[in-house]
Design a protein. Sequence first.
Length: 118
Amino acid sequence: MHVLLISTYDLGRQPFGLASPAAFLRRAGHDVVCVDLTRTRLPEEAVRRAGLVAFYLPMHTATRMALPAVDHVRALNPSAHLCAYGLYAPLNAAMLRERGVQTALGPEFETDLLALAE
């Protein structure tokens, strides 16, 4: 499966929340693209190819910044399964579902993301 992992804000640090699940998913044979939106634009071709698009939400600011990206992803690939994961995903699950996010995973997310991709 083509998987796109997106970080919107991680206080200027390399997003471990992308690197760790990417390793789990790649080890299982999935094609994974990681995007840190603080460093690069959303790659539209990767969005269009993805069967699963997952947004890493470790804090409130990342959650708020993810909302326009969720809308953009839904417009580019309405058939992709949208997921939010990290500490703030379950806390904001209702709001995220209103935007089209289908799955909200908590802070221990690697195996759940892998199960979702499978």
